[in-house]
Design a protein around this ligand. Structure first.
Ligand code: NAP
Ligand code: ZN
Ligand code: ZN
Length: 346
């Protein structure tokens, strides 16, 4: 067993504190990674604070992981010692069911093993990337091109793929108008990626002070979403809306801004249900749908796309002792636009 340094919580109200966790020695197909950086996703916060049911404690979150290979199992062919790699939201799946066979392991019928808080066959639960090391099967490890700013790459492993996947699926390209609701970790990546795909982007935000940033990130328009009147001129304007809001909110005004056959994709997972007025969908045959991260193949495609287009996250790099503060600031919408933990500080 490998003794890894980590930061975790012992219950939903507890503060993060240093702990030691065990990582398995590499099996023939495993890669051992020394973590360099790990992003803080709002899903980490929902989980650590018990906002979704089923959190197992102690909980060590983190699924935006970048690091270097420090050991490999006997059968590992894909990775070499020293190579720069990434790990995203899941670390195993059955590999045999229809979704796994079609590169959508996030929908594994036997249950995807998420990077943290998922049961492990041998007993216990997975621990995530707020730690010094992690052992992962090679098929669930991503390649990161040389020479990239690794701290700014880490958030691509969740925020990047979660926004890239629906943007691509629903045909984002030049001539399309895309709305992004919520300018946080996911939202700012949605803006950058949609812009890189050629779309005209509008940001809907509850934070008027983010207007200048939205433009810098690549948005053409900024809409202060707390002012109802701001929605009136936008009726039937958008082909696609990506909603990344982490809290319960009214979806109806956004549906009204979609064109006929337009699509609104929910990415945020507020603990409470959001309201929808049926007529907002019916008039204009609009689609309200959701999207969950992306499979390994698409995640690799996204990493290559972002490397080519030079699309990386805007981050605040912190030491592990600042995780508690970073959680509070993220919940208060005070992050530009992703906190990333320097793993040297675990
Ligand atoms: P984040 O950085 O906290 O961003 C969320 C943004 O939502 C905030 O910056 C804020 O933007 C807006 N917001 C927050 N509270 C709001 C409220 N009460 N009313 C309206 N807007 C509000 O979070 P994130 O890491 O991007 O994650 C966002 C959500 O996506 C979370 O629920 C997370 O669990 C989920 N998620 C889903 C997937 C998936 O696969 N579907 C993957 C990762 C994360 P403004 O200040 O601009 O309004
Ligand atoms: Zn995430
Ligand atoms: Zn499967």
């Amino acid at each position: 067993m490998i003794q890894a340094k980590a930061y975790g919580v012992n219950d939903s109200k507890a503060l993060f504190q240093p702990m030691t966790i065990e990582r398995r020695d590499p099996k023939p197909d495993d890669v051992v990674i020394e973590i360099a950086y790990c992003g803080i996703c709002h899903s980490d916060i929902h989980t650590a604070r018990g906002e979704w049911s089923g959190t197992q404690y102690p909980c060590v979150p983190g699924h935006e992981i970048v690091g270097h290979v420090v050991a490999v199992g006997k059968k590992v062919k894909k990775f070499k010692l020293g190579e720069t790699v990434g790990v995203g939201c899941f670390v195993d799946s059955c590999g045999k069911c229809a979704p796994c066979k079609s590169n959508e392991e996030q929908f594994c019928e036997k249950g995807t093993t998420y990077t943290y808080n998922s049961p492990v066959k041998e007993g216990g639960y997975t621990y995530g990337g707020y730690s010094s090391h992690i052992t992962v099967k090679q098929d669930y490890v991503l390649k990161i091109k040389k020479g990239l700013p690794l701290d700014r790459v880490a958030p691509l492993l969740c925020a990047g793929i979660t926004t890239y996947s629906p943007l691509k699926r629903y045909g984002t390209k030049k001539g399309k108008k895309v709305g992004v609701v919520g300018l946080g970790g996911l939202g700012h990546m949605a803006v950058k990626i949609a812009k890189a795909m050629g779309a005209e982007v509008t940001v809907f935000s509850t934070s008027p002070e983010k207007a200048a940033d939205a433009k810098k990130l690549g948005a053409k328009h900024f809409v202060y979403s707390k002012e109802k009147a701001n929605f009136h001129p936008l009726a039937k304007k958008f082909d696609l809306i990506i909603d990344s809001v982490s809290a319960t909110h009214n979806l109806t005004p956004y549906l009204q801004t979609l064109k006929i056959d337009g699509t609104m994709v929910l990415l945020g997972v507020p603990p409470e249900p959001s309201q929808v007025v049926a007529s907002a969908l019916i008039g204009g045959r609009k689609r309200l749908t959701g999207s969950l991260i992306g499979g390994i193949k698409e995640t690799q495609e996204m990493l290559n796309f972002c490397a080519t287009k030079k699309v990386f996250s805007d981050i605040e790099l912190i030491g592990a002792d600042k995780i508690n503060e970073a959680y509070d600031r993220t919940v208060n919408g005070d992050v530009k636009y992703r906190f990333v933990i320097d793993a040297k500080t675990f």
